[in-house]
Design a protein around this ligand. Structure first.
Ligand code: FAD
Length: 305
């Protein structure tokens, strides 16, 4: 994978926003910068700037979004290289995580294969600290370069970033580039681990359906719940949703998956409103049954007014 040539910034008005749910409204303005300089220019417009990654953890309301939506899938943001001095793998924020994992696996570099099967751009995965049973992306990061909310470029060593469960503390920043510190290993061993992670996901999750992965974060219990967990434990939101008898529940053309209760899926004709109503319904049922308040992992975009 190599850097692509600099391109002029493309601006599209009333642009569709591509998400895995395949529902929701348009962006008033979609900008596609190919360099940091072009990206920084957008901060002078006096409008909100939000980044669209792979749209794999995103629900856009039917009304669409105002301000500027930025796509970083081209130019410098789509480049991958290996730093000859540090051997760090440097990836632009718009690089497809699955393609990056294929690349690092072939190079015999271990670390990212534990994220096998997670749809994301590098920037979206770092912002969400994506991960699962096999590990989280923060474990492989050396440093992250961002544009801060004032439009200035910043670089953070991994130790200075407040990574947590599905969060990075970088929610107000635009991630532009990430350096990964990976471990040399036998490519066959790395490939086998990647297969194991992907097989696990295929077995346990409805990967072929339209969803945003887990809708809700696994909650920390405030008190013991029989057959679920002890106070202080982080427990499976899917288990709570299942036990609250939500599997198969539908609003319009949005449904709680029978395969994995924390996955809400959309079928043809679904709207973002269907999904939001279904989320609210699941939250209410879990609260009524267990007294547990679920937090949404899925990011929801709408108009600011
Ligand atoms: C089938 C399926 C399975 C999934 N399995 C998992 C899983 O196992 N583990 C897991 O953690 N997640 C999982 N997810 C959720 C999703 O893959 C992750 O949250 C992923 O990190 C989202 O990345 P994205 O590029 O699609 O971000 P988007 O969905 O496009 O955006 C999500 C948020 O990140 C922000 N963002 C995106 N790019 C940047 C950037 N460059 N700088 C700053 N902010 C940015 C957006 O503004 C938004 O707030 C799954 C999703 C699906 C559809």
């Amino acid at each position: 994978m190599t850097a692509t040539a600099e391109l002029p910034m493309k601006i599209t008005r009333q642009a569709p926003i591509s998400t895995w749910y395949r529902v929701g409204g348009r962006a008033d303005c979609l900008a596609s910068p190919s360099t940091t300089e072009q990206l920084v220019q957008l901060f002078g417009e006096g409008q909100s700037v939000r980044v669209l990654g792979e749209g794999a953890n995103l629900l856009v309301k039917d009304e669409g979004v105002d301000g500027i939506v930025v796509s970083l899938k081209q130019g410098d943001f789509a480049a991958v290289s290996i730093d000859p001095a540090t051997h760090f793998v440097i990836a632009g924020a718009g690089v497809d995580l699955r393609r990056l994992i294929t690349f690092t696996t072939k190079q015999g570099l271990a670390g990212l294969e534990v994220l096998g099967g997670i749809p994301a751009t590098v920037g979206g995965a770092v912002r969400m600290n994506a991960g699962g049973s096999f590990g989280q992306i923060c474990q492989s990061i050396a440093s992250v370069t961002t544009i801060d909310p004032d439009g200035y470029e910043r670089e953070f060593d991994a130790q200075a970033i407040d990574f947590g469960y599905r969060c990075s503390g970088l929610e107000q920043h635009i991630i532009t580039r990430v350096a990964f510190a990976l471990t040399p290993d036998d490519p066959t061993v790395v490939r086998n681990r990647l297969r194991e992670c992907m097989d696990y996901k295929k077995r346990t999750q409805p990967m072929g359906e339209r969803s945003a992965g887990c809708t809700f974060k696994n909650p920390l219990l405030l008190e013991n719940i029989a057959d679920i967990g002890a106070a202080g434990a982080r427990v499976s939101a899917g288990k709570l949703i299942d036990r609250a008898k939500c599997k198969g529940l539908s609003v319009g053309a949005a449904t709680v998956s029978e395969h994995h209760a924390n996955f809400l899926t959309t079928q043809a004709g679904a709207t973002a409103s269907d999904l939001i109503e279904l989320m609210t319904c699941v939250e209410q049922r879990v609260f009524d049954r267990f007294g547990v308040k679920l937090d949404r992992e899925v990011v929801v975009w709408g108009r600011s007014l």
